[in-house]
Design a protein around this ligand. Structure first.
Ligand code: NAP
Length: 524
């Protein structure tokens, strides 16, 4: 297969000597890269298929690879090194060695590296977005948005690194002085999901590197190409070998190696609640600091007094972004009785206008789901709801485009006991539930073990405060469906996670406090 692809590239009309060189080089390390992926990039050097250990691009030690596919077409984009515990151990030891030098740089020095990385991410925005759409499926416009959003964490923490302050505490004994230092925690193991292939990495690596930690990242097997391209840019930015390592492949081996290593002082994870719980339990043995960004079950509450256009636009964005595959996607749309019909009609009309297709095509707003399991999950939850009395108002099945495309769907007559209200659907399915009073809305919204994001639509200021305070969630959007930004703390309560990412609070996750007591300062 490698030879066939090589021929396609070698004899294709777009062949350049650089592409031929690149292709030969990739063949020589046993990786297969499809012509489709290569031909779309301005800088084909960003297409990496090996892990990054101690500043070197490395194959899996046993030569194994895994396929990365385009979910819109099923074509194989690349074969990527399938790594496990041996490679992870080496990545950890390189991060551990580099920690002693990286942590001793001044904040200003580290900031310059991060700023350079940010500039390179922005300079290569188009290429990174193409890679992201190819491997993840999200529409190109959304992918471009994610590159800017993802890069913003690197810029923000480059600046924020200079504002890591300690403290001086009033002593309780006159000849003492008490200080608090804040120091980097050490080597960080970062495990990230496929739904935001860049931003979930930069939201962790930005504050980790800024505070003086070194990192081993494991991106999802579905989306390693964006992660590896961003890592190549980190190398080009001069971030020292070993400060930032990337391994991917056998998830449980890599995870276990991180958990077992006493050198890894912190695990930061974004992904499913089930895997998050395993990592939390596995961290106990070496008592690692853990931060977890896990699944959500966001309620989107539309009150009778809501501005209808704002409520429709906000709910649409909160539900259908990334084809419904975000942890903060509205999972339940709760609509008060008085506005239910008007809202439902306007909402269904807006959903009808969403265009489904390959994210690289103009005008597409809904790409494919990441894989067949995701489609089957949507089908299972929709079928359960229908069997318990829900009704399909729009969509409700696989899209006739085939692959993993699913029709943008609206269900009505949903109640909070149906599986679709208990589990994250993680797809383009909007269940509408009706409620009578504000108290009902709060009770239904809080009746879940998740507590990540919630949305409310109302024109009443007192109600917006009352309800926001009563919601058991880490984030609340009022009259707004997209609330994530690098300057605000992102994270959940209950089983949605521990800790916060982004904002100045995001640095705390990578810092330890050290109390220093200086005694006997009396005159000699
Ligand atoms: P996932 O299955 O938990 O995977 C997340 C990451 O964990 C991937 O890199 C995966 O590797 C890895 N992993 C799987 N099993 C592991 C193990 N035993 N040990 C160590 N690592 C392991 O979640 P996902 O399906 O990729 O992502 C969707 C979930 O993430 C949803 O629940 C969503 O709500 C949540 N999410 C939360 C946030 C947030 O900020 N709260 C943001 C985005 C997504 P492989 O992919 O290689 O198997």
């Amino acid at each position: 297969m490698a030879t066939a692809l090589y021929r396609v590239i070698l004899h294709g009309s777009k062949t350049s000597s650089y592409t031929r060189f690149l292709c030969r080089r990739m063949m020589s390390v046993g990786s297969v890269v499809s012509e489709d992926a290569i031909s779309r990039l301005r800088d084909s050097g960003l297409l990496k298929t090996q892990g990054l250990i101690n500043g070197d691009w490395i194959d899996a030690y046993d030569g194994k690879t895994f396929e990365v596919q385009n979910p819109a077409t099923g074509s194989v984009l690349a074969n990527v090194a399938c790594m496990g515990n041996r490679e992870t151990a080496d990545a950890i030891s390189s991060a551990s060695k580099t920690f002693s030098s990286w942590s001793k740089l001044t904040a200003g020095e580290r900031s310059k590296y991060l700023r350079k990385w940010y500039d390179l991410l922005i300079d290569h925005k188009e290429d990174l977005a193409i890679l992201m759409t190819l491997e993840q499926g999200k529409p190109l416009k959304e992918a471009l948005g994610e590159i800017s959003y993802g890069a913003s964490f690197i810029e923000f923490f480059a600046e924020e690194s200079k504002r890591i302050y300690g403290d001086i505490i009033s002593p309780t004994i006159a000849d003492r002085r008490l200080f608090v230092l804040r120091q980097p925690i050490g080597v960080v193991g970062a495990i990230t999901p496929w739904n935001f292939p860049l931003a979930m990495i930069t939201r962790k690596v930005g504050p980790a590197l800024a505070s003086g930690c070194t990192v081993v990242v494991k991106p999802s097997e579905f989306t390693p190409l964006t992660a590896l391209a961003a890592s190549e840019l980190a190398l080009q930015a001069g971030i020292p070998a070993g400060a930032f390592n990337v391994v991917m492949g056998n998830a449980s081996e890599i995870g276990d190696s991180m958990l077992e290593s006493p050198q890894v002082k912190k695990i930061t994870f974004t992904g499913s609640t089930a895997v998050g719980k395993k990592l939390m339990a596995g961290s106990a043995n070496t008592v690692k600091k853990v931060s977890l960004e896990l699944g959500g079950n966001a309620p989107c509450i539309v009150f009778d007094d809501a501005e209808i256009d704002i409520a429709v636009k906000g709910s649409l964005a909160a539900k259908f972004r990334n084809s419904g595959q975000t942890c903060v996607c509205a999972n339940r749309i709760l609509v008060q009785e008085g506005i239910y019909e008007k809202f439902a009609n306007a909402f269904i009309k807006a959903v009808q206008d969403l265009k489904v297709g390959n994210g690289l095509m103009e005008g597409i707003s809904q790409g494919p789901l990441i894989n067949e399991n995701s489609v089957q999950k949507a089908e299972r939850l929709v079928n359960d709801a229908l069997s318990k009395g829900a009704k399909v108002m729009l969509g409700g099945k696989r899209h006739n485009l085939g692959m993993t495309f699913y029709e943008p769907t609206v269900l009505c007559n949903v109640d909070n006991d149906m599986l679709i209200s208990r589990e994250e659907v993680f797809g383009p399915v909007a269940p509408l539930l009706s409620f009578k009073t504000e108290e009902d809305a709060i009770r239904i919204a809080n009746d879940t073990s998740a507590g990540l994001a919630a949305y409310i639509f109302t024109t009443s200021m007192p109600r917006s405060w009352r309800v926001s305070e009563a919601l058991e969630y880490g984030m609340v959007g009022i009259n707004e469906g997209i609330i994530s930004t690098e300057v605000a703390p992102f994270g959940g309560v209950k089983q949605s996670g521990l800790g916060r990412e982004g904002s100045r609070y995001g640095l705390d996750e990578y810092l330890e406090m050290k109390y220093i007591c200086l005694g006997n300062i009396k005159d000699a």
